[in-house]
Design a protein around this ligand. Structure first.
Ligand code: LLP
Length: 435
């Protein structure tokens, strides 16, 4: 693919250039109109795309076994998006008290939430247990002890799964690979037995299952199967020691297409994983465990775009820059992972000539770029759409350079709803003035 150019409709069929006007539409709504109405930078999400992506998971495991899809809230935690997913029947994968509060505010059931993360505080565990969280995915021996302590204090039994680190290479960016022994996540396979024995013997802990998540933006399914083999071998060892595990949480991680990646679909991965567990259970003469998955990016990633306006075009010694009003504080992925997102002008500009640009933001960092070497036919004032921005976009946004966070809108059946207003300067100053 030349110049990292991408056709938006290859990423999401709801993103189409209108053939008559040349305008980029999302769910048949003109993006330039949204940019004018709500201002930029603006995140725009399509509800039908989110639902379709969730349903691809739900139908991939229909009739196969008892499977829960726990949407990973960290990918996009807007309450209105969580509400959509709760209505679809999703469970939730959360990593903080704040994420649980969002799930509850969205009408999601705490019992269908699993609480992951390597450093849960006492207060967070207390809050989650008090709210009746479904399960703690525990990531160390010390954390298991902490959950037990809180459960005893609240006199409320905690369901626990142990996150194991299967030491497989997810073949993804090193910052989003989590299943190698050099990563901070999970407990080594060798230590698992000891931690389970502790949990099994504790009166306030209920051993619910085992958990494993090997990384994110996986474009090859084979690491999942390697990880599952190792987890099943561990379950055999644990069973021999009298520890029966009847639930498997296989994490998230299925990638999306940003430019020309060809990630597997849930329909290609889930039935095979579930089938493997079924064959194993049959061979061992034991019941089929329940299963859960924790997809984030593949549910919302291509359901969102970030709209931005060209502030200036600038040339430095033959290098052309499009300086736009979105920046690394709005979309951190390029600066943090050198991630590549598709970029397109949302309107045809007959007065402009094609030029190769680096698309950069106003933040005072050389790392503040959104895309490099992209051919665009634009002028000052034109709007651009940064594609595949629905996951890990707004959730990773910050106030760096004291920039307010972007507004968000949701498109649903021809209806446009503002689901987060633009942050004001007052919003930013208040915590410091209110002391
Ligand atoms: N479960 C656990 C335990 C996780 O740590 C994650 C993501 C997920 C599920 C969801 O993974 P997904 O299906 O979205 O790949 N900020 C990075 C991604 C970090 C992922 C962290 N954990 C990015 O922008 O690429």
């Amino acid at each position: 693919m030349q110049n990292n150019s991408v056709n938006p409709s290859d990423l999401n069929p709801h993103l189409q250039f209108d053939t008559a006007s040349g305008e980029l539409q999302f769910e048949s709504t003109e993006l330039s109109g949204l940019a004018q109405e709500f201002g930029t930078p603006l995140y725009v999400y399509s509800a039908s795309s989110i639902k379709a992506a969730y349903r691809a998971y739900a139908s991939a495991c229909q009739g196969l076994a008892h499977v829960t899809i726990c949407y990973a809230v960290k990918a996009n935690s807007n309450i209105h998006i969580l509400k959509l997913l709760a209505q679809e029947g999703a469970g939730f994968d959360i990593v903080s008290a704040g994420e649980l509060a969002r799930v509850i505010a969205a009408g999601g059931a705490p019992e269908k939430a699993v609480f992951a993360g390597v450093g849960k505080s006492m207060q967070e565990i207390e809050y989650a247990l008090g709210q009746g969280v479904g399960c703690f995915n525990v990531e160390s021996e010390a954390e298991m002890e902490r959950v037990a302590l809180v459960a005893e204090k609240l006199q409320r039994k905690a369901n626990v799964s142990l996150r194991v680190n299967p030491d497989v290479d997810a073949k993804t960016h090193p910052y989003i690979s989590t299943g190698l022994k050099e990563n901070k996540f999970g407990v080594s396979m060798n230590a698992a037995k000891r931690v389970y024995q502790f949990a099994n013997s504790h009166p306030w802990l209920n051993v619910h299952g085992i958990d494993c998540h090997i990384g994110s933006q996986l474009t090859d399914a084979s690491p999942y199967f390697d990880a599952l083999d190792r987890v099943l071998a561990l379950l055999d060892q644990l069973a021999a020691d009298g520890i029966e595990i009847n639930h498997l949480d296989l994490g998230g991680g299925i990638g999306i297409r940003y430019l020309d990646e060809t990630p597997p679909t849930p329909a290609e991965v889930l039935p095979k994983l579930i089938g493997k567990v079924q064959s194993w259970a049959q061979a061992k003469g034991r019941g089929m465990p329940t299963l859960s998955f924790e997809p984030g990016r593949s549910i919302v990633g291509n359901a969102g775009v970030l709209l931005t306006q060209v502030e200036f075009l600038k040339e430095n010694e033959g290098k052309h820059f499009a300086i736009v009003d979105a920046a690394m504080n709005d979309l951190m992925r390029p600066a943090m992972y050198k991630a590549l997102h598709g970029v397109v002008a949302v309107q045809n500009n007959p007065h402009a000539t094609a030029q190769e640009y680096d698309v950069v933001g106003p933040v005072c960092e050389s790392g503040d770029w959104l895309a490099k070497n992209r051919t665009l036919t634009i002028e000052q004032g034109d709007y651009l759409a940064i594609l595949s921005a629905g996951a890990y976009g707004q959730t990773m946004a910050s106030n760096y350079n004291s920039r307010g966070r972007a507004a968000e809108v949701l498109l649903e059946n021809g209806k446009v709803t503002l689901i987060r207003r633009r942050e004001t300067i007052e919003d930013q100053l208040r915590p410091e003035l209110d002391v």
